[in-house]
Design a protein around this ligand. Structure first.
Ligand code: BES
Ligand code: MN
Ligand code: ZN
Length: 479
């Protein structure tokens, strides 16, 4: 990965283009600008919000100014300023930029760098005509206060986010369920976690009826990947399990989706799997002392051949029977199998991430994810806090017992649709049936895939969930 090479230096190179972090109190003359330039900066900052761009000594200076406060909203402002500086630097086709911090806040430096690196991304794999444009090659941090560990963490966690974006942006023509298994293995080798990929035969012998039903209409076989990171010094006795929806393409099956604004986005339906993969990458690269297992059920959802049909009854891995009334409610079927498979680990906590319902997206749009679950209140609050800290925000939906009525079936134990109302919740109620441990379900249908770029989040795959999970796991170490 590494779209941006991150370096540190004690002194700026001659003629270095600079991003300079300051506050409204910064003395610009002390920062080496002559009186005229300093005056200009002050004037420009009075007129508009930063960045102010000025040329001095033959180099560009991108001046970023905001207050230094210790709160989540202020942190996000610095990330967004970093993204703006990246946009300007790439517009000017600069190869290298040096980040200078005039404040005493190392946090501000790291946040600006994070925003810059996250913005400095293009999915170029299939571009044959314009190569190399749009990204800055290196960012040099000019501040002795950033530790080696913090720099490594910045580099690996942003890398992990970009890895998740790449996976989401890959079309089905490349990223089949089998290929996803191969990509996971590659990542495991690179970062230091194990990956076992079950093939169709093994999935059949495990009786994963949900995953198999969704796969019937496809020519390509399903896979079920088990990731494991188990350091000797792990602080948790029972593992934490992360489950990611790996529908490599969702046509809706026989309950076919319309194309515009719907099926045309459905290469994103493995964004949950991508988030888990990215989180594992970051976790292992930073050697967090936690035992974590990842489960990724994967297939495309197609209407071909003997495709499963509305009215079918299937038997899940857990033994529970499901009346399928809409083949487009496929995610809950393969997740149900993965969640019941997770029971064997007697986990401390299970978190699943899934682009599960249009209802979740309609409820809160792209600005955050909907979550729900049976984990205790303190754990749910920690997830929300991590969401605010990395600005992958979350809002909790209820799982009231009464909703369970909505998924009861006349011919089977449950059905895979809950009716017109509370679509995100009835999907959650369905998943809950396969859990017997503390659990949280994150419906990322809204934030996983964007129809336009926003600050440091690009159009299409956003990598949502990676930074959230990493922050949440890291905070598990102090509680
Ligand atoms: N993958 C979709 C959900 C989705 C929608 C993800 C928009 C990303 C953006 C999921 O499999 C689906 O089709 N859900 C249906 C469920 C319904 C048939 C009960 C939905 O939300 O319409
Ligand atoms: Mn669907
Ligand atoms: Zn789907």
């Amino acid at each position: 990965m590494h779209t941006t090479a991150l370096k540190t230096a004690a002194k700026p190179a001659k003629l270095a283009h600079k991003i300079i972090i300051g506050t409204k109190d910064t003395n610009w003359e002390q920062q080496g600008f002559n009186a005229a330039s300093a005056k200009l900066i002050k004037e420009e900052l009075g007129k508009k919000i930063s960045p102010v761009v000025i040329v001095a000594d033959g180099a560009y200076n991108f001046i970023l100014v905001d207050s230094i406060e210790n709160n989540d909203a202020n942190s996000e402002k610095w990330r967004k300023l970093g993204a703006k500086a990246q946009a300007t630097a790439s517009q000017f086709k600069l190869d290298s930029v040096t980040l200078v911090n005039t404040t005493n806040s190392t946090d501000a430096l790291v946040l600006v760098a994070e925003g810059f690196v996250l913005a400095n991304y293009k999915f170029k794999k299939y571009k044959t005509l314009e190569n190399g444009n749009g990204t800055v090659k290196e960012l040099v941090l000019l501040d002795g206060s950033i530790s080696k560990e913090a720099l490594k963490e910045l580099e690996t966690v942003t890398d992990a986010n970009l890895i998740a974006r790449d996976l989401v942006n890959e079309p089905l023509s490349f990223l089949t369920a089998v290929q996803l298994g191969k990509e996971l293995k590659k990542l495991g080798k690179e970062a230091g976690f194990t990956v076992e990929v079950f093939d169709k035969k093994q999935i059949e012998s495990l009786k994963m009826g949900g995953l198999l039903a969704v796969n019937i209409g496809s020519v390509d076989p399903p896979t079920f990947s088990v990731l494991e990171y188990k350091p000797k010094k792990a602080v948790n006795k029972a593992p934490i399990v992360l489950v990611g929806k790996g529908v490599v393409y969702d046509t809706g099956g026989l309950s076919l989706k319309p194309t515009p604004g719907s099926m045309d986005q459905m290469k994103c339906d493995m964004a949950g799997a991508a988030a888990v993969a990215g989180a594992f990458y970051a976790l292992a690269k930073n050697e967090l002392p936690l035992h974590v297992i990842g489960l990724i059920p994967a297939t495309d959802n197609r209407p071909g051949g003997n495709a499963y049909v509305p009215g079918d009854v299937i038997t899940m891995h857990s033994g529970l029977t499901v009346e399928v009334l809409n083949t487009d409610a496929e995610g809950r079927l393969l997740l149900g199998d993965a969640l019941s498979y997770a029971q064997q680990y007697k986990p401390e906590l299970v978190i699943d991430l899934a682009t599960l319902t249009g209802a979740a997206m309609r409820a809160i749009g792209h600005q955050g994810a909907v979550f729900m679950g049976s984990a205790d209140e303190a754990t749910r609050k920690k997830l929300v806090d991590s969401g605010n800290a990395v600005y992958e925000r979350l809002v909790e939906f209820p799982l009231w017992e009464e909703y369970d009525e909505m998924i009861k079936s006349d011919v089977a134990d449950i059905k895979n649709v809950g009716g017109a109302l509370a679509g995100a919740t009835t999907a959650g109620m369905f998943l809950r049936r396969f859990t017997n441990y503390p659990w949280m379900h994150i419906d990322i249908a809204g934030p996983a895939f964007l129809d336009r770029a926003e600050a440091y989040r690009p159009k299409y795959g956003s990598g949502y969930g990676v930074r959230l999970l990493y922050d949440f796991l890291k905070k598990r170490l102090i509680s």
